[in-house]
Design a protein. Structure first.
Ligand SMILES: C=C(O[C@@H]1C=C(C(=O)O)C=C[C@H]1O)C(=O)O
Length: 398
């Protein structure tokens, strides 16, 4: 791949097994992924016709990569890159700590702590009068730094925090860059083999080994977290089951750890009945899972619209790639942020069920923000020293 310094057209999606590195834009696909699983729908038509154009222009094996928003009625942020290459994962260089600390000029929270906790109470009250069993509520933390962000260094630090995760970099329509390291695989397809690794149920990692182990054991024994997790697994079973000749779902979840959190995790593996179904179609069929939206999906989505004072944009959508054969890999767009010059917008959410405690859910999203904050060399206590302001929802654009 020719070297380019044009950051605005660089894309990256690195899984634990291999990394896809791309540059240059041959075509952009903005068609919304609404009902994106329909083979004859507008979205799949846009994907196929763009791939064909790339092939006619001389690309032997074009690839589509990028991100799809939480609300699939919004424009997609997908690209057919001009150049791409696969790279084997390389060992991480030692952290020299160079430029590890960002210098914070301003921070604002949307919503602020009290309003988030109130939204959790409102969601729980809503559960009593509706069929909703789970809703994922989230928060945005906007930071302004007094120095520019080096995205390559940031990605390196993110990988260090979760080498088993999915690291991504995608240029956004407004000139910002989406950057993150997701621990959650929505769907991978290779030939007829599929895999999904939903996560739901979380606990903060502890500095002390003994306390950390106790925290993990508590999560593994938590009825509330198992309930949260089961809602996700049952939904995925309903969606993928009919598309598969076999689908193995573990009877109970296991633990997975990042440097910031423990999660309940289930590794689902199966064989797809119709080999022509693409990874992107299957990912669109699954999205949004109750891990990022709630259960039942449509009612939870309405509740989120009601109580979340911002538009999620690409956050909690999906990010990844798909080739012309239908193979591909899509991760859930979490533990991430958008970066534009010195302004950073970070995102974190938590699944709310009837047994949720507002204080604990706030602590959980704080811990989730830790992944990105650590990569900037910032921590929550540093943020508390700066002025915080709540913004009216209509000022917030994604
Ligand atoms: C929404 C996020 O995470 C999701 C919610 C989880 C939970 O509620 O336990 C766990 C993993 C993710 O599916 C996030 O990290 O922002």
């Amino acid at each position: 791949m020719p070297r380019t310094h044009d950051d605005a057209t660089r894309l990256q999606f690195v899984s634990p097994e291999r990394g896809l590195h791309a540059s240059g834009v041959m075509a952009r696909i903005t068609a919304p992924a609404w009902e994106g699983w329909q083979p004859d729908g507008d979205f799949q038509h846009a994907i196929r016709s763009t791939m064909e154009l790339a092939q006619q222009a001389g690309q032997q094996a074009p690839i589509v990569m990028g991100a799809i928003p939480f609300d699939t009625r919004q424009p997609s942020c997908l690209y057919v890159p001009r150049h791409y290459e696969w790279r084997e994962p390389t060992p991480l260089p030692a952290d020299t700590g160079d430029n590890a600390s960002a210098s914070l000029a301003e921070a604002s929270d949307i919503p602020q702590e009290a309003a988030f906790k109130q939204a959790v109470r409102q969601a729980i009250a809503n559960f009593q009068h509706s069929d909703i069993r789970k809703a994922v509520l989230s928060r945005i933390l906007e930071l302004r730094l007094s120095n520019a962000v080096n995205i390559d260094q940031l990605l390196m630090r993110l990988r260090r925090q979760n080498p088993g995760g999915y690291q991504f970099r995608v240029p956004m329509a407004d000139g910002a860059t989406l950057v993150g390291v997701s621990p959650e695989l929505l769907l991978r397809k290779e030939g007829t083999a599929i895999r999904s690794n939903p996560l739901a149920g979380s606990a903060k990692r502890q500095a002390d080994d003994e306390q950390d182990r106790a925290m993990a054991e508590r999560l593994l024994a938590s009825a509330k977290d198992h309930h949260e997790h089961r809602l996700v697994i049952e939904e995925i079973r309903q969606v993928l089951g009919p598309c598969c000749t076999s689908l193995d779902i573990p009877e109970s979840p296991s633990l997975i750890g990042t440097s910031a959190l423990w999660h309940l995790s289930s590794n689902l593996e199966g064989r797809i009945a119709d080999p022509a179904t693409t990874a992107l179609q299957l990912a669109c069929r699954l999205h949004p899972t109750p891990a990022v939206c709630g259960y039942p999906t449509e009612s939870a989505r309405k509740l989120i619209d009601l109580v979340e004072p911002f538009d999620r944009g690409l956050f909690t959508g999906m990010v990844g790639w798909c080739d012309a054969e239908g193979n591909g890999e899509w991760a859930v767009t979490i533990r991430c942020g958008s970066i534009k010059h010195d302004t950073i917008r970070l995102f974190a959410g938590a699944g709310i069920v009837e047994a949720s405690q507002p204080d604990a859910e706030w602590a959980e999203i704080q811990a989730k923000l830790g992944t990105m904050l650590n990569a900037f060399g910032l921590d929550a206590s540093q943020l508390a020293t700066h002025s915080w302001c709540d913004r009216p929802a209509d000022e917030v654009v994604s």
